[in-house]
Design a protein around this ligand. Structure first.
Ligand code: OGA
Ligand code: MN
Length: 388
């Protein structure tokens, strides 16, 4: 063991040079290896990607919280009756759980109904990334109006960017749409540089959107004067109730979830991760953050106030919420891994991990087949914070 100095303080690292948090990230992240075969003529051919098996035995599955809370000696305690809903502030809520060693963090499995989850996913992908919301694409490409629509128009259309103007198909094959999108046919292939700007690909590369006052990642502040897309009223209402529920669980140290709200939507595709961090940009960081998981399950690492503290790995599933309040509000957390079906990962019960059928199967959700197909391949996290 030794210590390294950095601007955030001192990290204790083990012989492998990693902090406890980093080691957990490494343990759970997606490892893919390509099987390379040597053909008869001696040439080597890259085959399918194989997913390395991940050991989830130390992970606390939100599905098991109720039974863990009933067993003495586990780290989980339950508030409310684990199998039924209970009433807080005049509304019924699912049970909420606290975890020993992580004061202030409250887990609410199954916080959203199936209809709510569908509604939230649809809003997250079709509305929350529309200008004036800001997204990770803004810096390079400016606002992408109608990205969802264009990504599902056939053939796909492509954003207009100067550097792509001379490459590939000539102007006679392009149609201006008046929205900043250029319709190109035939569809470019992998060799065409514009393929990177295909709406379909830009949607796959959508990583985050900020709603409410936009967050400036460089200045690490909220831009209170910028035009904004308001936080969806149904999201806000649900998050306020979840924060109230968590406050009841936590007792006296509760700091009210009130003020000006901002939302952050994180989009994850297979292999995407969110590195460990502390959300410290909000003016009053004693106010809770309410965070809701949607789509494919993930490992959520909940650590301590330094990276030296080994995080507890939680398996979060669609509809689960975590409220970070009190001390946990200043704790490291991150998402090293999401589980898309077909990767061959199973939970502790031996059940394959992936997006729930009723959300990710277009036959089960015929009203929104494109949204179902999208969420089958990823995870969306909605977090609501108090910024002012
Ligand atoms: C965040 C965050 C975690 C998640 O947006 O700050 O920590 O579950 N998200 O995606
Ligand atoms: Mn965070």
């Amino acid at each position: 063991m030794y210590a390294t100095e950095h601007d955030g303080g001192t990290d204790v690292v083990d012989d492998d040079g990693l902090t406890a948090f980093r080691r957990a990230e490494k343990r759970y992240k997606l490892h893919r290896t390509q099987i390379v075969r040597t053909r008869a003529d001696g040439r080597r051919k890259g085959g399918a990607l194989e997913t390395r098996e991940v050991d989830l035995s130390a992970v606390v599955d939100t599905l098991d919280l109720a039974s863990l809370a009933r067993q003495p000696g586990t780290r989980v305690s339950v508030h409310g009756a684990p199998s039924s809903e209970f009433e807080v502030h005049g509304r019924t809520h699912p049970a909420a759980y606290a975890i020993d060693g992580h004061p202030g963090a409250v887990l609410v499995p199954n916080a959203l109904s199936v209809d709510e989850q569908r509604d939230w996913v649809r809003i997250a992908v079709t509305e929350s990334c529309e200008p004036p919301a800001r997204t990770n694409h803004d810096a390079a490409l400016g606002p992408l109006k109608g990205l969802w629509r264009e990504a599902h128009a056939r053939p796909a259309r492509y954003v207009r960017v100067q550097s792509t103007d001379d490459g590939g198909a000539g102007p006679e094959t392009e149609t201006e749409t008046g929205t900043g999108w250029r319709h190109i046919s035939p569809e470019p292939t992998g060799g065409d540089p514009r393929v990177n700007l295909a709406a379909t690909r830009l949607l796959e590369k959508m990583r985050w959107a900020t709603i409410g006052p936009p967050y400036d990642w460089t200045a690490r502040t909220y831009d209170m004067d910028a035009p904004r897309r308001p936080v969806n009223a149904r999201w806000l209402e649900r998050c306020v109730h979840l924060a109230n529920l968590a406050a009841t669980v936590r007792g006296a140290d509760a700091s009210p979830f009130a003020g000006r709200f901002a939302g952050l939507v994180n989009y994850y595709r297979a292999g995407d991760a969110l590195a460990g961090h502390v959300d410290d940009a909000e003016v009053d960081t004693s106010k809770p953050i309410v965070s809701v998981s949607l789509g494919c399950p993930c490992v959520f690492l909940l650590g301590g106030t330094s990276r030296d503290v080994a995080p507890i790995p939680l398996l979060m599933r669609s509809g689960d919420a975590v409220v970070l309040a009190g001390l946990s509000r200043r704790c490291y957390h991150g998402v090293p891994r999401i589980f898309v079906s077909g990767e061959g990962c199973v939970d502790g019960r031996g059940v394959a991990l992936g997006c729930p059928e009723w959300l990710g199967n277009p036959d089960a959700w015929p009203e929104e087949p494109d949204v179902a197909r999208y969420i089958a391949g990823g995870r969306v996290n909605v977090s609501v914070r108090v910024v002012d």
